[in-house]
Design a protein around this ligand. Structure first.
Ligand code: 9RB
Ligand code: ZN
Length: 369
């Protein structure tokens, strides 16, 4: 069993500036702050936990490279790539596209290293250099459609890697399982009419982007049926997330029979996240990873590549990500020291309204074939 792991120090240098979320504006009471909510330190802390815990000794370390323009252009428009290049040369950098996704000078190179990190882990899984792997990249990618960045995402890292797997490595069918708490709208849109890529997004109902991620969004043309949204009510904990994974994601993967599973792995369903209201603990992340790994072993020789997305609690994200990576590697070295805080909260058992949301999404699995 070999589990690949990828992080690069340059990811930690991604400069999100001193806006809290919207650009600071004293005139309307928006104070600057030392950390943007999507500051890279949260991911750096996750990486350092992987090292300090000793988990790193059980992993095969991979090095990212920069995604080429040709690789970016399989998922993005030339206008988007050129705009990021241009703004990245400005002394103070620019914004990915929505005014809340700032990057500093040289942000283009960090974003191409993130897309290239996803490529490297996906390539290594496809080529059998590793059994499975985790690309701890920054910035995130899943909100970015072809023509713009948004929601802190510059390029859609997972989509760039999946396009390459399909078009260059010749992988027939890929499933993307996105458990970031926000809707994977960018990935959905990039593969909207593509029946060879099943996109599944498990997210908090109407969290971000607003009014996006409904079960009725199913893809178009030949791609109809190959996009599956699972919008969950706020307050969903480990029970609800595991029920959704077992009863919607796993049957969908069985029905689709992919040759590779890419997980868009956001840690922001966690119980301490500032940008969502779910209740997932490291136990939930461990369980979801195990369920996806088990079904991948059944359908595609265990080929799972996880690519980091969001997650904004510097306190808790490291332990949730750590639980995913430990599970991939099949080891358990350390208990989650914060579990007593979040595990004891009321709300982890599956509630009837959560079950109803999953059961409704489960009906869409019949459209995959
Ligand atoms: C709203 C706006 C946001 C933006 C991004 C996130 C999280 C992204 C992530 C959450 C809320 C703007 C609500 C701009 O982690 N993805 O995985 N809010 N953004 N305008 N308005 C009205
Ligand atoms: Zn998110």
């Amino acid at each position: 069993m070999t589990t690949g792991y990828l992080w690069h120090e340059l990811y930690g240098w991604g400069d999100t500036g001193s806006a809290p979320l919207f650009p600071a504006d004293p005139g309307i009471g928006l104070q600057p702050i030392s950390h943007h909510v999507a500051h890279a330190d949260t991911k750096r802390r996750m990486h350092e936990l992987v090292v300090v815990s000793g988990l790193i000794d059980h992993l095969h370390r991979l090095q990212p490279r920069h995604a080429s323009e040709e690789e970016l252009l399989r998922a993005h428009t030339p206008e988007h790539v050129e705009r990021i290049q241009r703004e990245s040369r400005q002394p103070k950098g620019g914004d990915a596209g929505d005014g809340i996704s700032p990057f500093g000078k040289g942000g283009y190179e960090i974003a191409t290293l993130a897309a290239g990190g996803a490529i490297e882990v996906v390539d290594a899984v496809v080529q059998g250099r590793i059994d499975n792997g985790y690309a701890l990249v920054h910035p995130c990618g899943h909100h970015a459609p072809a023509h713009t960045g948004m929601g802190f995402c510059v390029f859609n890292n997972a989509a760039v890697a999946v396009k390459r797997a399909r078009e260059v490595l010749g992988v027939p069918k890929v499933a993307v399982v996105d458990w970031d708490v926000h809707h994977g709208n960018g990935t959905q849109s990039i593969f909207w009419d593509d029946p060879s890529v099943l996109t599944i997004s498990l997210h908090q109902d109407r969290c971000f982007p607003p009014n996006s991620g409904f079960g009725s969004e199913r893809g178009e043309g030949a791609g109809h049926g190959y996009n599956l949204n699972i919008p969950m009510p706020p307050g969903t904990g480990d029970g609800g997330y595991l029920y959704a994974t077992e009863n919607v994601i796993v049957p969908a993967l069985r029905a689709f029979q992919p040759d590779l599973v890419v997980v868009a792995s956001g840690m922001d369903p966690n119980a301490m996240d500032p940008l969502a209201r779910q209740l997932v603990t490291s136990r939930g992340f461990r369980g979801m990873t195990q369920l996806v790994l088990d079904v991948a072993r059944e359908v595609c020789g265990g080929k799972v590549a996880m690519v980091q997305e969001g997650g904004y609690s510097p306190y808790y994200v490291p332990f949730c990500g750590y639980a995913c990576i430990e599970t991939l590697a099949g080891v358990q070295l350390m208990e989650d020291p914060l579990f007593p805080v979040v595990g004891g909260m009321y709300g982890h058992d599956l509630e009837p309204h959560q079950k109803a949301a999953c059961d409704q999404a489960a009906e869409l699995v019949a459209g995959i074939g």
